[in-house]
Ligand binder design. Structure first.
Ligand SMILES: Nc1nc2c(c(=O)[nH]1)N[C@H]1C(S)=C(S)[C@@H](COP(=O)(O)OP(=O)(O)OC[C@H]3O[C@@H](n4cnc5c(=O)[nH]c(N)nc54)[C@H](O)[C@@H]3O)O[C@H]1N2
Ligand SMILES: Nc1nc2c(c(=O)[nH]1)N[C@H]1C(S)=C(S)[C@@H](COP(=O)(O)OP(=O)(O)OC[C@H]3O[C@@H](n4cnc5c(=O)[nH]c(N)nc54)[C@H](O)[C@@H]3O)O[C@H]1N2
Ligand code: SF4
Ligand SMILES: [Mo]
Length: 745
C-alpha cells in the first residue's frame, strides 16, 4: 500500500533542495543576538504569512537568517489548508523574492506597444500618468469602458477602486478559464458552490472519483494530504484520464477515456445507479426534485452505448458504478477545478453534481462537508455609484447565466470590429499574465492594440508587462500585508500575511498602489486607512483578536457555531435553490433556454496526422508565474511533450529529441520542446505542462524553455451558458527538421 510519506515525497524532496540552495545554518540568532538552536527558533524570529504561489493559500512562517535576510518558509501547524507542511512550490516561494529578474521600478513606455522600450519613472509620475489617462477615458467614454483583470490577493483593492469608478467590468481568469462552470453548475443544482478550498471530505471518503482532476500533479496541498490518508485507510480511487497521471498510479481503477467524451461516461453511470437501484433512494426522495425526468432521460444511456463513445469497457463502467454505490454516501465524484475543456463544461459539471446527489454525498461524511467561515466586518465606506452600463451590455444576451464578468467577453469588447455595444478602452491588469492565461493570444493582442491604456501591476517582467503602457511593480507576498485570509473550511479560521522584510528595490504593496490611484482619482474616501495594518487590526478586534495576537500565532481557528458539518438523518433541509430542493432537473436552465438535463454532445476530432493537445500541472510549478523562480527552475527547467510510443514510431521521433508543435490553424510553437515517449498517454493525444515557453527575454531562466500550450490554443469553444473558454479542442502535429537546430541541446 502507498503510504502517505511515499505519496508526498515530492514535497519533501522539494523542501530539501530549496533549503540547501538557500544555505544551511548551524546556529540561528534572533534579532536580540541570542543564540538559539534550529527547530527551537523563537517567535520573534519568524513572521506569519500565507502563500501566494497558488490559491490554496497555505499559512506559514517566514524565517530570517542571522543577517536579517529571508531564509525559508514553512507551514503553520495550526493551518487546516496545509497542516504544517507546504508543497514544493510554497517552499520555493522565497525564489519569488530572490529572483534577480524582478521588476524594480515603475516603467512608462516610450515606443509603440510590443517593443519593450520603457523608461524608469518615479511612483508619482507613473501614478499621475495612469490616473490622468483613466480619468480621460472615464469622462470621454464612460467608466464602463475601463476594465479590470485581476487574480489573487490584490484583487479586492483594485475591485474597490473600479467599483468606486462606477464599473463592474471586473474579471478574474479563475472564472472563465478555470472553475466558473463548476461553481455555477453546483449553484444551479445544490444552491451552493464547492468553494476554495473545495469542501470535498476526502479525509473520510471511501471512494474518490477523479475525472481529469489530477491530484498529485495538481498540488493543492490539503487535498493531497487527505487523499494519501484516505488511501492509507483503504479508500478506492477511480481515475478517469486519457493520461496515466500520478493519481492514476494510486488508483484501483484507471479509465483511460477517449478525451472529450466524459459526458457519455457520466450519463452511463447515472443509468447504472438508477436502473440497478444503486442510488440513495431515501436521500433522493427527501431532498431532490426532478428524479423521474432524470430517470427517463438516462434510460438509453447504457454502458454499451457509452463504450462506443468513451472506449471504456461496459464491465468497467458497471464495476466502478458499484464501487461508488458501495461507498455511498462516503463517496466523492470530484467536481474538478480547471474545468473549461470543451465548451459544454457547465453541463458536464452539472452531470457530476447530479451524480453526487444520486449517491447522497452532499452534506455527508466522506462526501461533501458543509463549511464554516469567519465573516469579517467591512469598514464603512461611501456607497459605490450605480453601475449604469454593465459588462453584460457589451454583447446583450451573451452568456446569460454567468455569475460574474467574463474575461474573454471583455477582451472581445475591446475589439471595435466585433461591434460591441461599447468598446472597452482601458485595462488595468493585476497579477494575471493574460497572454498565458486566456486562450487565443492573437485575439488578446488585437484587443491590446486597440486600447488607449494598458496598465500592468506585476512582480515580474512577463508577457503582459511587455505590452503595457505603464508597469507598476508590486513587492512580493513576503514583503507586504494583504487582506486577512478567511476562507471557508471545516472550522472557521483566519490567517495573517505580514511583511517579513522591507520591499526590495522601488516596489510597493498592492494596497498602497490601489489607494494612491484612488486618491489621485478623487476617490480616496474608499480607502480610509492609510496603513493596511490599521484596517486589519480594526477587523481583527471585531472578531476578538488583534494584529498583535495574529503576528504571534499567524492562524486562528474558531469553533463552529453549531454541530452542522454534515446533515443529520431525517434533517429537513431547505436548499438555496428556487425549489428549495436539490435540482436534478433544472427549471432555471430551462427558463434560460438551455437543456434542463445534461446531454451528450460529440466534440471535434483531430484531423489525420494530428493529436489532441492536452495540458495540466507539474507539482513544482504554478502556471506561468513560477517558471523563472530560481529554486523551482532547479527542480524542473522545461516541459516535455508526452507522445505514445506507437505514434513516436510512426513519426520516427525518439526520446529527448527536440521538436516543435504545429496546431490545426498553422500556429507553430515559438520554441522547441523535448519529447518524452511514454505509454502513459493515449495514442490520440499529446500532453504538455502549462506555463512554459515564455517569450519575454527579460526572464533570463524561463525565456525559450519549452512550449506554451496557450500559444497553440487558438480554437476556443466558449460555453454558451456562462462564457467559460473550452481549451481542449486543439490538435497538433510535429515539426521535426528545423527544430533540431534550435535550442535543442
Ligand atoms: N493554456 C492554459 N491556460 C490556462 C490554464 C491552463 O492550464 N492552460 N489554466 C487556467 C487556470 S486554472 C487559471 S486559475 C489561470 C491562472 O491565470 P494567472 O493567474 O494569470 O496565471 P499566471 O500565468 O501564473 O500569471 C500570474 C501573473 O501574476 C504575476 N504575479 C505573481 N505574484 C504576484 C503578486 O504577488 N502581485 C502581482 N501584482 N503580480 C503577481 C506573475 O508574475 C504573472 O504575471 O490560468 C488559466 N489559463
Ligand atoms: N502544481 C500545481 N498545482 C496546481 C496548480 C498549479 O499551477 N500547479 N494550479 C491550481 C489550479 S488554479 C487549478 S484550477 C487546478 C487544476 O487542476 P485540475 O483541475 O486537477 O486539472 P486540469 O489541469 O484541468 O486537468 C488536467 C488533467 O486532465 C486530463 N484530461 C485532459 N483531457 C481530458 C478529458 O477529456 N477527460 C478527462 N477525464 N481528463 C482529461 C489531463 O491528462 C490531466 O491529467 O490545479 C491547482 N493546483
Ligand atoms: S499548495 Fe503549495 S503553492 Fe499552493 S498555497 Fe499551498 S504551499 Fe503555496
Ligand atoms: Mo485555476
Amino acid at each position: 500500500m502507498t503510504s502517505r510519506r511515499d505519496f508526498i515525497k515530492i514535497s519533501l524532496i522539494g523542501a530539501g533542495v530549496v533549503a540547501a540552495g538557500a544555505g544551511t545554518y548551524g546556529l540561528i540568532r534572533n534579532f536580540s543576538g541570542k543564540e538559539i538552536k534550529p527547530g527551537k527558533i523563537d517567535d520573534l524570529f519568524r513572521t506569519p504569512t500565507y502563500c501566494e504561489i497558488c490559491f490554496w493559500k497555505c499559512a506559514g512562517w517566514v524565517y530570517k537568517s542571522p543577517d536579517g535576510s529571508i531564509w525559508k518558509v514553512t507551514g503553520n501547524d495550526e493551518d487546516q489548508h496545509c497542516n504544517g507542511r507546504l508543497c514544493p512550490r510554497g517552499t520555493g516561494g522565497i525564489g519569488a523574492y530572490y529572483d534577480s529578474d524582478r521588476l524594480r521600478t515603475p516603467l512608462i513606455r516610450t515606443e509603440e506597444r510590443g517593443r519593450q522600450v520603457f523608461r524608469e519613472a518615479t511612483w508619482d509620475e507613473a501614478l499621475d500618468y495612469t490616473a490622468s489617462k483613466m480619468k480621460e477615458i472615464a469622462s470621454r467614454y464612460g467608466p464602463h469602458t475601463l476594465a479590470l483583470f485581476s487574480h489573487g490577493s490584490g484583487s479586492s483593492y483594485f475591485t474597490t477602486l473600479f467599483r468606486a469608478l462606477g464599473t463592474d467590468n471586473i474579471a478574474e481568469p479563475s472564472y472563465a478559464q478555470c472553475r466558473g462552470p463548476r461553481d455555477d453548475a453546483f449553484l444551479a443544482t445544490f444552491g451552493e458552490e464547492v468553494y476554495s478550498p473545495e469542501i470535498t471530505d476526502i479525509r473520510d471518503t471511501k471512494c474518490l472519483v477523479l475525472i481529469g482532476s489530477h491530484l498529485g500533479e495538481n498540488m493543492h496541498n490539503g487535498q493531497i494530504q487527505e487523499m494519501s490518508d484516505a488511501i492509507d485507510k483503504g479508500a478506492v480511487i477511480i481515475t478517469v484520464d486519457p493520461r496515466f497521471s500520478t493519481a492514476a498510479g494510486k488508483s484501483k481503477y484507471w479509465l483511460p477515456i477517449k478525451p472529450a467524451t466524459d459526458m457519455a461516461l457520466l450519463l452511463a453511470w447515472m443509468h447504472e445507479l438508477i436502473y440497478n437501484d444503486l442510488y440513495d433512494k431515501k436521500y433522493v426522495e427527501k431532498y431532490c426534485t426532478g428524479f423521474d425526468q432524470l430517470k427517463a432521460h438516462v434510460k438509453s444511456y447504457t454502458p454499451e452505448w457509452a463504450y462506443g463513445i468513451t472506449t471504456i469497457a461496459p464491465d468497467l463502467i458497471r464495476n466502478t458504478a458499484k464501487e461508488m454505490a458501495n461507498a455511498s454516501p462516503s463517496v466523492i465524484v470530484h467536481p474538478g477545478r480547471h474545468v473549461t475543456w470543451y465548451g459544454d463544461d457547465f453541463q458536464r459539471s452539472r452531470a457530476i453534481a447530479i451524480l453526487n446527489a444520486l449517491l447522497g454525498s452532499w452534506g455527508r461524511r466522506g462526501g461533501f462537508y458543509m463549511p464554516a467561515r469567519v465573516e469579517l466586518a467591512s469598514f464603512k465606506i461611501p456607497p459605490f455609484p450605480e453601475t449604469k452600463v454593465s459588462w453584460q451590455d457589451a454583447f446583450p444576451g451573451k452568456y446569460p447565466l454567468a455569475s460574474t464578468a467574463v474575461s474573454n467577453l471583455l477582451i472581445d469588447a475591446s475589439i471595435p470590429e466585433n461591434n460591441p455595444a461599447f468598446p472597452v478602452k482601458g485595462w488595468l491588469v493585476n497579477a494575471t499574465n493574460l497572454l498565458a492565461s486566456v486562450p487565443d493570444v492573437r485575439n488578446t493582442l488585437k484587443a491590446i492594440q486597440n486600447l488607449d491604456l494598458l496598465v500592468a501591476v506585476d512582480t515580474m517582467p512577463m508577457e503582459i508587462t511587455g505590452w503595457a503602457d505603464v508597469v507598476l511593480p508590486e513587492c512580493t507576498y513576503l514583503e507586504r500585508y494583504d487582506s486577512l485570509r478567511a476562507s471557508p473550511h471545516r472550522r472557521p479560521a483566519i490567517a495573517l500575511r505580514m511583511p517579513a522584510t522591507e520591499p526590495l528595490y522601488d516596489t510597493k504593496p498592492g494596497y498602497w498602489i490601489a489607494r494612491q490611484l484612488a486618491i489621485k482619482l478623487g476617490l480616496g474616501d474608499y480607502f480610509p486607512f492609510e496603513k493596511q495594518e490599521d484596517l486589519l487590526d480594526w477587523q481583527l478586534k471585531q472578531v476578538g483578536s488583534s494584529l498583535d495576537e495574529m503576528k504571534r500565532i499567524g492562524v486562528k481557528n474558531f469553533e463552529r457555531e453549531a454541530d452542522d458539518i454534515y446533515f443529520k438523518d431525517g434533517d429537513d433541509i431547505s436548499f438555496p435553490t428556487d425549489s428549495g430542493k436539490i435540482e436534478l432537473y433544472s427549471k432555471y436552465l430551462e427558463d434560460a433556454g438551455f437543456e434542463p438535463l445534461p446531454v451528450y454532445t460529440a466534440h471535434e476530432e483531430p484531423p489525420e496526422g494530428f493529436y489532441r493537445l492536452i495540458y495540466g500541472r507539474a507539482p513544482m510549478h504554478t502556471f506561468s508565474r513560477t517558471i523563472n523562480n530560481p529554486y523551482l527552475t532547479d527542480l524542473m527547467e522545461e516541459n516535455s511533450v508526452w507522445i505514445n510510443p506507437k505514434v513516436a514510431k510512426e513519426w520516427g521521433i525518439t526520446n529527448d529529441q527536440y521538436i516543435k508543435l504545429k496546431n490545426q490553424d498553422g500556429v507553430v510553437s515559438d520554441f522547441p520542446v523535448k519529447v518524452r515517449v511514454t505509454e502513459r498517454i493515449r495514442w490520440d493525444s499529446v500532453y504538455i505542462v502549462h506555463g512554459f515557453g515564455h517569450a519575454n527575454r527579460k526572464l533570463t531562466r524561463a525565456y525559450g524553455r519549452g512550449a506554451s500550450d496557450t500559444q497553440l490554443i487558438t480554437n476556443v469553444k466558449t460555453d454558451p451558458i456562462m462564457g467559460g473558454t473550452g481549451m481542449r479542442s486543439n490538435f497538433v502535429t510535429f515539426v521535426t527538421g528545423e527544430a533540431e537546430e534550435g535550442l535543442g541541446a
